[in-house]
Design a protein around this ligand. Structure first.
Ligand code: APR
Ligand code: PHB
Length: 390
């Protein structure tokens, strides 16, 4: 098989890139090691910045998102038995966010690629990358029990944090920056209408909690838990008990319960791989960087990377120039590090740390009070949350 751009991974990054390239008449093939049903059902993030929404709409992917996505104009912060709204509309000159599940985007992207005759090979195995420094790179893998090879001009690693693309770069060409956090997030998807119109981030004496949603009938709730916890230790009753304690810290507000549709624990990590390019291999999305979910930046950074990459590949194929390809890593990393800082800052401000003493506790509260009472500090949170692009 031959194509212009070989893409490893059918998450939002790989699929969106394939779609954007197709609109410029650039051919690609996407390979994915899971099944179509699995990637379409996997419950992940759900918040889109205005810039991500605009990009999806401008490229013909906005129809269902506009109909079913929920537009939000602020978030609520809860701490010290009080509540404060960060008003995005006022603080950012009318920008907002759209709540629309990542797997819905994946469903829309797969449908768009297949309708346009795009090639996505699901359930591939034993993927390996070759000749990355060469003019003729290729991807090898097993598909339908047969050893298969795709030769291409470029290979794009969109295969997430645990993929094979990043480890295919020699270690001496990479610099890794990382932090792990002494807690995880336990998330549940629930059949219940939202208890609030907007997302609620709560810092309670028992730890962090988040009330989010997917639609007018499905909610998504998270609590901070120990990194050593396994999901079997958490019965539904125990999860609800903690959610009520951590979110119901203001008078007269109640969390609605419902059937738990899915539950899981996600570790919290900050991670950046520099460089994002090695020879003919370019990394995008979670393959190159991870943020803790507190800032809702993961999917938006993946979308931002593939936007840069599609512009760079378009310049290469249509204008025979390589300026944007040469600058790809630097252009992405500027935004990535802004997202890394914001996500780390939100995480540090809102969670209880195991060794936290009274002094650190007072600093967190001072920071939360400042963010809520200072117009400059509120504007900074709002600007970053809706997406700060430079
Ligand atoms: N070969 C082929 N596919 C692979 C391989 C491999 N060796 N390894 C992993 N994959 C696939 C995974 O099964 C997954 O479908 O690559 C895809 C990567 O998709 P995502 O993990 O969704 O990553 P990305 O597209 O970068 O999107 C980032 O995902 O984790 C969230 O918060 C994150 O919202 C952000 C988004
Ligand atoms: C979600 O709805 O899954 C969600 C929302 C906001 C976050 C993280 C996750 O910060």
């Amino acid at each position: 098989m031959h194509t212009q751009v070989g893409i490893v991974g059918a998450g939002p990054a790989g699929l969106l890139l394939s779609h954007l390239l197709h609109l410029q008449n650039i051919e690609s093939i996407v390979i994915e090691n899971c099944s179509r049903a699995y990637v379409e059902r996997r419950v992940r993030a759900g918040v889109l910045e205005q810039g991500s929404v605009n990009l999806l709409m401008q490229n013909g992917l906005g129809e269902r998102m506009q109909r079913e996505g929920l537009q939000h104009h602020g978030i609520e912060l809860r701490f010290d038995n009080k509540s404060h709204r960060i008003n995005f509309d006022e603080l950012t000159g009318g920008k907002g966010i759209t709540v629309y599940g990542q797997q819905e985007i994946v469903i829309d992207l797969i449908a768009a690629r297949l309708a346009a005759g795009g090639e996505i090979l699901f359930e591939v195995d034993e993927v390996s990358l070759h000749n990355l420094e060469d003019a003729n790179p290729y991807i090898e893998f097993q598909h339908d029990g047969e050893q298969t090879r795709i030769s291409c001009d470029f290979i794009i690693g969109c295969d997430g944090f645990h993929g094979i693309s990043r480890p295919s770069i020699p270690v001496e060409s990479l610099k890794i920056f990382e932090r792990s956090y002494p807690f995880s997030w336990l998330g549940i998807l629930v059949e219940a209408p939202p208890s609030s119109e907007e997302l609620i981030y709560a810092s309670s004496p028992d730890g962090f909690a988040l009330h989010s949603m997917r639609s007018t009938t499905v909610t998504r709730n998270y609590i901070q838990c120990s990194p050593d916890d396994v999901i079997d230790q958490w019965s539904d009753d125990k999860i609800w008990h903690e959610l009520h304690r951590r979110l119901e810290i203001i008078d007269g507000w109640q969390l609605k319960e419902g059937k738990v549709l899915e539950k899981g624990i996600t570790p919290m990590r900050s991670f950046v791989c520099e460089t994002m390019q090695y020879g003919k291999l370019f990394l995008a999305g979670d393959a190159a960087h991870i943020v803790p979910p507190t800032g809702a930046k993961g999917m938006n950074l993946a979308i931002s990377d593939v936007n840069f990459l599609s512009l760079a590949l378009t310049e290469w194929y249509l204008d025979s120039k390589d300026q944007k390809l040469t600058n790809y890593s630097e252009d992405c990393l500027r935004r990535v590090w802004r997202g890394e800082h914001f996500s780390w800052w939100m995480t540090s401000m809102l969670h209880r740390f195991p060794e936290q003493d009274g002094f650190q506790q007072k600093l967190q509260t001072a920071e939360l009070n400042y963010v809520c009472n200072s117009a400059a500090a509120s504007a900074s949170l709002a600007e970053n949350y809706v997406g700060y692009h430079f």
